[in-house]
Design a protein around this ligand. Structure first.
Ligand code: NAP
Length: 561
């Protein structure tokens, strides 16, 4: 039973920052006027503990209108350990006042961090130093006594060191943001913040390359200082800092309420952090796996592999690593090879995708015979000090087919002459099938045909007596040519099975035409899951939970990767 009476604080103690919903403090925030804000906190159970032991997923509230802002707070309470109220996102003073007024009559069950950031530091409002000071100074002592934390930018804090702070220092997160880069001297900003009386150090910088993460991880290693630290790299290359933050002693990590509600680029959702990456369960010594490529942002491999790792109860995580073509050598040196890596972690394996499947080979100590024959590696295992390369695309493409039929002696039309066609031709050759490669680039088809002792033909000549058609072109793929098919529907008459390696969308025009022509069909999701399951087996020695992986990739929706 709670009674809300502005100015009358029934029972006030410092708010705590704690994990989970059970026993969390309940906050009641009261506002009289914009310049006279009173926060009253009523708590039933306040198990205070030091910020150092916190390990929080904090959801920023980024709506621009009061009604949406308040409803986002209610929603975020369900998934967050703490909420950052980005008050600078509110579009004008009226909206700001409405939010604060309504909060005065609302129970908020999670600790609140207030932020009011100027545009030049990544905020949404044009605010000069006076505006910012006025905002904080106008908050009443009652509010200050009960606010969980206030995020004050470094310039503001440094200007306040010799004067009475508008917020008690033990409730100040002092932050430095850089939205352009992670400067080489980022540790100097850390030191400057550490010298202030603020309670928490926050550094958030833009990662333009994966290497930038190293500097942020180094800051987390310095948490021997008496202050808790938040150190995050923004942008997709910075994702490892967000996912591994808590396991490496960071005080909190930010997760958006939903896609589109991020407060910074590269910010995953809170649900992804908790349910896919399991950030609160990872230990400092967890195994790390990941996919390297230059466009891994949309990859569904993290959904598949993290589901598999969780299902097998492993202290392990799988991450997307953005590695440009020109950065591969540096990545292998600094992040992968046990003898040279600067990153202190247990990296155990990598999926390799465009554009590194061939170039990775020169960095490996061992390449298995299938990968050698195919001339491409899509899987790296770190074993002892060795990097070992494998190709699971052959097994990925062929096992689903093997489960349907014996292809020995079958007449197979392979459409396309790229990397996937290569893996398929190898698998068909091994099984004694008669393949013909149909490609728009006849020279490429002929080269492949020579290598595997098969026939080559222009794509437009496809037709005639064929038992199986395997589409190894991207035709029909979302973002490429969705709705198109590499062959005409009438060309599928009499074909026994049509296998489309394209998996996004799951239902392609080719598969639809094939069913209408009375053919059996097989979609590309089977290959996607099978090649990933084989990677899982290589890395862990355990059979993969393929059904769970299948569910994960289907639920998550599929991408262009
Ligand atoms: P790739 O190496 O780029 O080869 C693509 C092949 O398709 C090339 O022969 C290319 O011919 C041909 N092609 C491209 N656009 C075409 C068009 N409009 N009409 C006719 N032919 C065209 O790519 P890949 O790695 O082999 O992958 C091919 C597709 O297979 C991917 O797009 C993906 O959808 C699918 N795939 C699925 C999985 C899975 O797990 N299910 C795995 C790998 C690949 P040119 O040389 O003339 O460009």
């Amino acid at each position: 039973m709670r009674l809300i009476m502005p100015l009358l604080i029934a029972r006030v103690r410092s708010p705590t920052v704690r994990e989970g919903a059970e026993g969390a403090p309940s906050l009641t925030v009261g506002l009289l006027t914009r310049s006279s804000l009173y926060l009253t906190i009523f708590t039933e159970e306040m198990n205070l503990h030091t910020p150092h032991t916190a390990s929080l997923i904090c959801v920023p509230i980024t709506e621009t209108r009061a009604a949406a802002f308040l409803s986002a707070i209610s929603e975020a309470e369900q998934v967050a350990d703490a909420l950052e109220l980005r008050l600078d996102y509110l579009i004008n003073d009226d909206e700001l006042t409405r939010v604060l007024r309504t909060l005065s009559a609302t129970r908020v069950t999670k600790p609140l961090i207030f932020t009011y950031r100027p545009r030049e530091q990544g905020g949404k409002r044009e605010l000069d130093l006076c505006d910012r000071l006025e905002f904080w100074r106008n908050l009443s002592p009652a509010i200050m006594a009960n606010l969980a934390y206030a995020d004050l930018e470094l310039d503001l804090v440094e200007g306040l060191i010799d004067s009475p702070p508008p917020v008690p220092w033990d409730k100040v997160i002092c932050s430095y943001h850089n939205f352009d880069e992670t400067p080489a001297e980022v540790s100097e900003f850390y030191d400057r913040i550490a010298r202030t009386p603020a309670a928490v150090i926050k550094i958030a910088t833009q990662a333009t390359r994966l290497t930038d993460c190293l500097r942020l991880f180094e800051l987390l290693e310095r948490t021997t200082s008496s202050k808790p630290v938040i150190a995050l790299a923004m942008g997709l290359p910075g994702l490892p800092t967000r996912v591994l933050a808590l396991s490496r002693g960071a005080w909190l990590t930010f997760g958006a309420l939903r896609r589109g509600a991020e407060s910074a680029s590269g910010q995953p959702t809170a649900a992804e952090l908790r349910d896919i990456y399991r950030v609160k369960r990872l230990s400092r010594t967890c195994d790390v796996f990941g996919v390297i490529g230059d466009r891994v942002g949309q990859s569904r491999s993290p959904a598949m592999h993290n589901t598999a790792l969780a299902a097998r109860g492993r202290d392990a995580v799988y991450l997307p690593f953005v590695v440009a073509r020109t950065d591969l050598s540096e990545f292998v040196r600094d992040f992968v090879r046990p003898g040279t890596r600067r990153m202190d972690w247990r990296l155990r394996g990598l999926s390799v995708t465009i554009p590194h499947k061939i170039s990775i080979m020169s960095h490996l100590d061992f390449i298995d015979s299938v990968a050698e024959r195919i001339g491409a590696v899509n899987t790296v295992a770190v074993e002892g000090n060795e990097l070992r390369g494998y190709n699971t695309d052959v097994i990925g493409a062929m096992r689903p087919l093997d489960e349907l039929m014996d292809v020995r002696g079958a007449r197979v039309a392979v459409l396309g002459a790229g990397g996937a066609a290569r893996a398929v031709c190898y698998g068909l050759n091994q099984r004694g099938a008669h393949a013909t490669i149909y490609a728009r680039n006849l020279a490429a088809a002929e080269r492949l045909a020579d290598e595997f002792g098969t026939q080559a033909s222009p794509l437009e000549r496809f037709g005639g007596h064929t038992d199986i058609v395997i589409n190894c072109t991207p035709v029909g793929m979302r973002g490429h040519s969705e709705g198109a098919s590499p062959v005409k529907p009438e060309q599928l008459q009499g074909v026994g099975l049509v296998y489309d390696l394209v998996y996004n969308p799951i239902e392609t025009a080719l598969l639809n035409d094939a069913r209408n022509a009375g053919c059996h069909t097989l979609g590309g999701l089977a290959m996607l899951v099978t090649q990933a399951a084989e990677q899982f087996r290589i890395w862990t020695g355990e059979e993969a939970p393929t059904e769970r992986m299948w569910e994960a990739v289907s639920e998550a929706g599929v991408s262009n990767q």
